[in-house]
Write a protein that binds this ligand. Sequence first.
Ligand code: PLP
Ligand code: TYF
Length: 398
Amino acid sequence: LFANVEQAPRDPILGLNEQFNADARTTKVNLGVGVYFNDEGRIPLLKAVRNAEVARLEAASARGYLPIDGITGYNQAVQKLLFTESSPLIAEKRLVTAQALGGTGALKIGADYLKRLLPNAKVAISDPSWENHRALFENAGFEVVNYSYYNAATHGIDPEGMLASLNSYPAGTIVVLHACCHNPTGVDLSAEQWAKVVDVIKARGLVPFLDIAYQGFGDGIDADAFAVRQFAASGLSFLVSSSFSKSFSLYGERVGALTIVTANSDETGKVLSQLKRVIRTNYSNPPTHGGTVVATILNTPTLRLEWEDELAEMRDRIRAMRTALVEKLKARGVQRDFSFVLAQRGMFSYSGLTSAQVDALREKHGVYAIGTGRICVAALNNQNIDAVVDAIADVLKD
Ligand code: PLP
Ligand code: TYF
């Protein structure tokens, strides 16, 4: 049966993690995978999460099946986080939200549903994008193309290129957009650039699919939802995948959600019925734990405040590490100007290091980064940053 099976390629990011774990050097540093570590180099268990878990344990609740679309209080909390409590989309019943297995699960049920709705559409993702975007949409049966996004020469956006790409697509093309904290570059659109993107998408009849996996890691919960709210204000129908893996530090619990914005409440009922069919035939219904914890935190004022403080602490620590990296590289005598790192948002930085330099970082210094030059700034801390700075300075001098 399996005699002719070929070895599948490793996920480029998760594969690097395996290599890191097998590295015996005690001085090794993992700037590869996109995970937030605290200043002690550990994945934090947030106090708000701990408190919600204690409450859940004490409630000794039974573990029946959830509804196909998940916990109602969770889905409503997701909608408020994305659009604010007073959003007309909520009042007009124009939102379908389904709890999903992380952001990846949300993208997957969204992709499967869109394949039924628009079987001949193409999907456009940013160049570059999160490694899994292409594979996920191809796996759902779509042809995937890239729209221009990043300009390596300026370490910024290529706004004209992006608009030209969008303008070249036929109506019905699905456009995947990183709502904030772009993975892998860290480079986000400005408010003016978003306004132009929304206009072109509307004018050409494209289908926006916003991916928000880092809400609260850039400038704050509301500031990071700016793009989502711009699309809401445009009157368009669109999709949003939310991930809480990073913002609640609940990676392994698989907490996310898919939200679909419809034109009216009649569409909402029908779209929900179709989405439930997709979910039922994939995994039937979502797991209870992560969704319950997140819903409890978002819907309990004291826990909510505690979480917002902890989220701000993570955001501030990443930004402090950006500043420290830039300043220490300068102090170390590195000639290259790294100040662009300060303008980037979220966990990642496209550092501008070449694939050969990334290889040298890993082989000579045990500092792991992605071959594209992406580093996870959220993995830097006061203990490892000097070693990382020395390693970067060393690979830059050859
Ligand atoms: N979308 C983007 C842009 C991401 O960076 C990630 C990272 O994990 C995801 C989606 C997937 O999130 P999750 O781990 O919740 O599946
Ligand atoms: O980009 C990252 O590093 C995170 C984690 O298949 C991740 O988004 C990486 C690869 C993958 C799933 C999650």
